[in-house]
Design a protein around this ligand. Structure first.
Ligand SMILES: *Cc1c(COP(=O)(O)O)cnc(C)c1O
Length: 387
């Protein structure tokens, strides 16, 4: 980047139709929102269970603020580790069926912290080509040999593991791929990793809350215990409707992260009130299975309608239902047309997705109604099919 003349790179970004702009939100996260001063129906948040604006979470958050104030004041290893953080860690350990869980301030930091604490020079990391940016960054930052295997391809992964000479090897994958909605072949990944004496880490940011009878994500849905899946990561800003993230695993894993994960050690603990709100959220995630059932119904309704319109969907059974449009220009144009018709659905463009893989990433929430889905479909018919 020409730091002395940043306008060159910015202009280039504009010309490639890749320029990003933020819209200003003036309402809680929910299907009906006020964005840039306009009332719109939204289909792009990760609030899958509709909990970000739930009265129980808001009440818990307020209680937490009354009890702990706002800021945590310091890092967990100084004096920022509150009773609320501690209780949430115990509840998350319970929830995941692992002995321990460790709370991080964000998912990005959890991934960076875990991978760089566990892997380094002389080791090798194997990542799915479509892994989330935070996992790719973590792999690069670790200093380990960094290899990417073709998306979801366990045979290619097995070959790469077989060919590698490093003593310590780790396989890392998204549980649900964030831009496609596809579920990783987690059982096969676990078998492949085990066979080659590699450890396995799954980032289930989009699976927790959504998959499994009690929202335990891919680990619950496919029954992966700690021996098969030793490093399990989840985030709290998506289906949980709050903020933060966690790693769940063995006593030794969590103690290692507390000692060595730099993004855990050198950052201020999240506000304790968020942990109080997340405890309330966890309660709903585990007990209110109707939210997952409702979501399934909406997913089926959307897919059937979109298929009837001949839209280019991806093979996804999760609330992430992208419509492939190809060029960044086309994705932007359709997104703009939807906006004009009262629907917010942001265009996802490279480098977030591969070249010519621009798409509208439709996400559904348990708070959407069938009528909302039907409205989206009729606007899509006008904007994509006839447009
Ligand atoms: C959102 C996301 C993250 C980052 O989590 P944050 O809490 O938003 O920092 C990590 N991995 C995946 C797969 C994600 O989708």
């Amino acid at each position: 980047m020409a730091v002395k003349d940043l306008s060159v790179a910015l202009q280039q970004r504009r010309e490639q139709q890749l320029y990003r702009q933020r819209q200003v939100v003036e309402s809680p996260q929910s299907p009906a929102m006020v964005v840039d001063g306009r009332k719109v129906l939204t289909f792009c948040s990760n609030d899958y269970l509709g909990l970000a604006d739930h009265p129980d979470l808001i009440a818990a958050f307020k209680r937490g603020a009354d009890q702990y104030g706002v800021g945590s004041g310091s890092a967990h290893l100084v004096n920022g580790h509150s009773r609320a953080h501690h209780e949430l860690e115990e509840a998350l350990a319970d929830f995941t069926g692992r002995p321990r869980a460790l709370l991080f301030s964000t998912g990005y930091m959890a991934n960076l912290g875990a991978v760089t604490a566990l892997m380094g020079r002389g080791d090798a990391i194997f990542e799915d080509r479509l892994n989330h940016a935070s996992l790719l960054d973590a792999g690069l930052l670790s200093g380990a040999r960094f290899k990417r295997y073709p998306h979801g391809d366990c045979a290619a992964l097995a070959k790469m593991l077989g060919d590698s000479g490093q003593a310590e090897r780790m396989v890392v994958s998204d549980g649900v791929f964030s831009m496609d909605g596809a579920i990783a072949p987690v059982t096969e990944l676990a078998t492949t990793a085990k066979l080659h004496d590699a450890s396995l880490m799954i980032d289930d940011a989009h699976g927790f809350g959504v998959l499994g009878e009690h929202g335990g994500g891919v680990a619950e849905q496919y029954g992966l215990d700690m021996a098969q899946l030793p490093i399990l990561m989840g985030t709290l800003g998506k289906a949980f409707g709050t903020a933060g993230a966690f790693i769940a695993g063995s006593e030794a894993l969590i103690e290692t992260l507390i000692q060595f994960a730099r993004s855990y050690i050198y950052t201020t603990a999240q506000p304790p009130a968020i942990a109080v709100a997340t405890l309330a959220s966890l309660q709903i995630v585990v007990t209110e299975n109707w939210r997952r059932e409702k979501l399934k119904g909406l997913i089926t309704r959307f897919r059937q309608g979109a298929q009837e319109l001949g839209l280019d969907l991806m093979p996804s059974e999760t609330p992430i239902q992208p419509i492939l449009l190809g060029s960044a220009e086309r994705a932007l144009a359709v997104s703009e047309s939807l906006w004009q018709q009262g629907i917010l659905l942001t265009a996802i463009r490279p480098p977030t997705v591969p070249a010519e893989g621009s798409r509208l990433r439709v996400t559904l929430s348990a708070r959407h109604s069938e009528a909302d889905v039907d409205q989206l479909l009729s606007v899509l018919e006008r904007s994509v099919v006839s447009g």
